[in-house]
Structure formats: C-alpha cells, structure tokens
Write a protein that binds this ligand. Structure first.
Ligand SMILES: C=C(O[C@@H]1C=C(C(=O)O)C=C[C@H]1O)C(=O)O
Ligand SMILES: [Mg+2]
Length: 478
C-alpha cells in the first residue's frame, strides 16, 4: 500500500489491507444483485488524538464529519466523508424505516473485521428530530427528520485501542480504479493530520434570548392547565441566538467542550454546512449484545460555590417534592417501557445525584436484559421522548409542546448516536446542545413543567442549562 511520508507515521497498520480484494468482489456482487454493495475494512492503527483527527478533516471533509465520545471515554468515534446516508422526512414508522434501510445495506455487505469490539466496522451515526409533526422553520433546513451517515473513513478508539474503518459503496459500473481513489483520499487525510491546525478564534458579538417574557407566559399558562389535569408534565424549551464576527470554528468549540464537560457525551454532527453540537449528560439507551442501559435524568439545581454549599444544594434537591415528582414521572415511564422489552430490569431504590460542571440533577440509572430480537432502534422508538424531554402522558404532552412552544426543536432533545452492524450502539438525549450556522449559532434549553412549577424559577433553570454551550461558544460564563 502506498503511503504519504507523513501519512505513514500514523497509518502503520498491523495487517495488510484487504480492501482491494473486497472491492473487486463487491463490484461482482453489485453486478449480480443489480444493487450497490458496501465493502468495509477495519484496521488497527496507531493512536491519534480524536480531536486532531476531526480537525484534519476540515479541508477535505468539511460538512461531512461527525464526532462522538461517551462519558466513560470508553468509546470515541469520528467519521469523515459520507459513503452513504439514510434520510427521510417521513413521520410514521420512522425508526422502523431507518432500521430497515440499515439492515438492507448490511445484508449484502462484505466486511473485513477480525476484532470483536463494538463501534468498529460498518456503522451509522445520526439521529432524529424531536417531533416530525412540528411545523418546520428554516432553522433546521439542513437536517431531515431522520438523518444517518455511514462515513467513508471512521476512526474509533475503543477501550484505548485505535481502529480505522474504511467504507466504500461499489456499484456495477465501478472498476478496480476505485481502490486507488480511496487510497489516495486516505493518504491525503492522514497526511493532513500532521498540519491539522486551528484557525484564529471567532468572537461573540451579540447574544439574543428569543422572547423570554413570552416563554414565561407560556410556562404559566401550561401550569394552569396542569392543575386541571389530565396532563401531568410538559417540558418547555427555548432558544438563545448568538452572533459572531466570523465563522464559528467547530473544532474550537469541541476542544472547549472536551475540556469543560468531561463527564458528558460530546457530539458534533455536520450536515450541509451546519453543525449540531453538544455536551449531554443524558443517555437515552445503550445496547451491548442483549444488555441495555438507560437513564432517568430530571430534576435540577445549581452547583454550589463551595463544597458545603454544593452538598447542601444536593440535599435540597433530593428532598424537594416538586423535583422528585418531575423525576418520578421519568422513572415510571422508563421502567414500564423497559419491562415490555426485557427479560429483567434493575434499578436502584434510592434516587441519586448526577453532578455536572454547571448543574446537578436527580438521577436513576436503569439496566435490563433484552428479549430476543429487541433492536436498538426499537428501544429508541419506545423511549423517545421520555418525560424528561416530552412529558406525561406522552402523546398529549408532545401535542401540547407542538401547540404552544415557539422553538423549532429540530434535533435538540432527540435521540442522537450510533448503531453498528451487529446492532450494538448508543443514543444520547441531545440536550445542552446548539446548532452552528456559519457566523451564527442557536443554543437550546428546556425544563420539566409540573403543576407546582413557577415560571421565574424555570426560567433560571434554563439559564443554567444554557451555560455549557454558552461557555464553549465564547459567551459569558455567569
Ligand atoms: C430539557 C433539558 O434538560 C432536561 C430537563 C431537566 C429538568 O427539568 O430538571 C433535567 C434534565 C434533562 O432531562 C435541557 O437541558 O434542555
Ligand atoms: Mg426541572
């Protein structure tokens, strides 16, 4: 295999590439089946800093990258280039539709992977909008309601080991020159790792909270309705728009998130020039074989300035009836959903605290063993939106949000993550997030409104929830 001088430093592989024979075989198969065939090859490679890899793609792959890190830092997945995408604006059966498309692609794929790990080989990364029936604004015009990318090059660090997956779609019209094309692209990418450098930083010039007074009025009117029932909880969200002196560099924002929000999922998902980015503490669901993990996260309070104050605030949260109810709705719904698809479900009796840099939450982790044939996207379908982002009852709460919320949530508060070809994967609830659009950005925050909510306190809660993104985006760290 031909390697660039610099590329060779990083692309020292522990095996010969099988891609060439795979491509030839796939072209034959594409001819026989009269449909495109995916070839995927996994190589173990030397370790590269994940952010450096992401940054190296800025020249060749801008707009076609993604970045993912889980809170335990067991899994980093960085994608470059779009080998294939699954996208749709269809609302009914959207999770099922994506799963079917994915299975169809995988069924005839030629895969070279000798490592028994999750998060390598053919994998799709992406997510879903919060509510496909919400009227669309131009804010989210670059993202379909279901959008997944299968990357051309994917760098994964799994439990400290580094891998490169190369994915290629072969059609009946392709020939052996495809091998050279892909190797050239690979070498160019690995050569640019050496001179991957960041641009001069962007400066925030203006911060515009979108209609805060109206938002508070909406909260108050929903509280009135909650007092009458049958609605019990509705999550209401809002937006702050940020204006910059020049284009926002996604790499800089990611770097700050990685430093400042280490215990979070960190994600970035580029589409058609925009970038959805965030640092979420909330897992929707993780699947490893038949083992499922999900999280109930709802109920919030500020962090203290001193250790004592922080502990006091934590105690206050653990004993606050309004927040406990807000949390309990989530536990109740997630437990029921898990029991439907699991042989067994376990969760702690006591509610715990999850402390992030800017905020603390009530937290209940839930684990389960899935029944046969329970797929990851089936779980996403069952869980989304949990009452942490939607409300209770689910359907009525989503309809209420659709009716009264000014914000077009798009991908905010929705499932974002990855699924590999063996149906392992993980989705976060994409909160503490923002959408970068050239020299502007929108950030989003919401909170659980129950009948004991007060509009001013909920407003302050959303202020705190803006902080992780606002800080990383150069805003005031207040
Ligand atoms: C809606 C958000 O967060 C959710 C709402 C919470 C609450 O109201 O207490 C807590 C955690 C999240 O489930 C957000 O961060 O935007
Ligand atoms: Mg709350």
């Amino acid at each position: 295999m031909l390697l660039g001088v610099f590329g060779g430093v990083f692309l020292v592989t522990k095996q010969e590439t099988e891609l060439k024979e795979g491509i030839l075989e796939a072209i034959d198969r594409a001819k026989a089946l009269s449909k495109p065939v995916l070839v995927s090859e996994v190589q173990q490679i030397n370790h590269i800093d994940p952010l450096t890899f992401f940054t190296a793609g800025v020249e060749g792959f801008f707009g076609e990258r993604f970045f993912w890190k889980d809170p335990s830092e067991e899994t980093f997945i960085i994608g470059m280039g779009i080998c294939n995408q699954i996208q749709s604006d269809q609302a009914a059966g959207r999770f099922f539709h994506v799963e079917n498309e994915w299975k169809r692609l995988i069924k005839d794929a030629i895969i070279f992977n000798r490592f028994n790990l999750n998060g390598i080989g053919p994998l799709m990364f992406g997510g879903f909008s919060f509510d496909p029936l919400k009227e669309k604004t131009k804010l989210w015009s670059k993202y379909s309601d279901s959008l997944f990318h299968i990357p051309t090059f994917m760098y994964s660090v799994i439990q400290g080991k580094a891998f490169l997956t190369t994915n290629i779609i072969c059609t009946q019209h392709d020939d052996h020159t495809l091998v050279e094309i892909i190797n050239k692209e690979k070498n160019a990418l690995f050569s640019s790792i050496i001179d991957a450098k960041k641009q001069d930083g962007h400066q925030l010039v203006k911060e515009i909270e979108i209609n805060p007074a109206e938002w508070k009025e909406t909260v108050s009117s929903v509280v009135k309705e909650l007092k009458q029932g049958p609605l019990e909880k509705v999550v209401l969200a809002r937006e702050t728009r940020l204006i910059y002196d020049k284009q926002v560099e996604v790499e800089n924002v990611l770097e700050l998130l990685l430093k400042q929000q280490q215990d979070s999922f960190i994600f970035a998902f580029e589409s058609n020039g925009d970038c959805f980015i965030g640092a979420s503490p909330e897992r929707l669901v993780k699947k490893t074989g038949n083992n499922l993990f999900t999280t109930c996260l709802a109920g919030s309070i500020a962090r203290g300035k001193t250790k004592d104050e922080d502990q006091m605030l934590g105690e206050e949260l653990l004993n606050d009836p309004k927040n406990l109810i807000e949390h309990q709705y989530v536990v109740q719904m997630i437990k029921e959903a898990m029991e439907e698809v699991c042989e067994e479900v376990s969760l702690p009796k006591e509610t715990n605290l999850l402390k992030m840099r800017d905020i603390q939450h009530l937290y209940t982790p839930v684990a389960g063993v899935a029944k046969e044939d329970t797929s990851l996207l089936l779980l996403v379908d069952r869980l989304h939106p949990t009452p942490a982002l939607g409300g209770l009852p689910k359907q009525e709460a989503v309809e209420k949000i659709r009716e009264v919320e000014e914000l077009d949530r798009g991908f905010y508060g929705a499932p974002l993550g990855w699924v590999d070809y063996q149906d392992n994967g993980e989705f976060a609830v994409s909160i503490r997030s923002g959408l970068i659009q050239k020299d502007e950005a929108s950030i989003f925050a919401g909170c659980g409104v129950v009948k004991d909510s007060n509009a001013d306190s909920e407003y302050i809660e959303t202020k705190i929830k803006f902080r992780p993104m606002l800080t990383a985006l150069g805003g005031n760290n207040k």
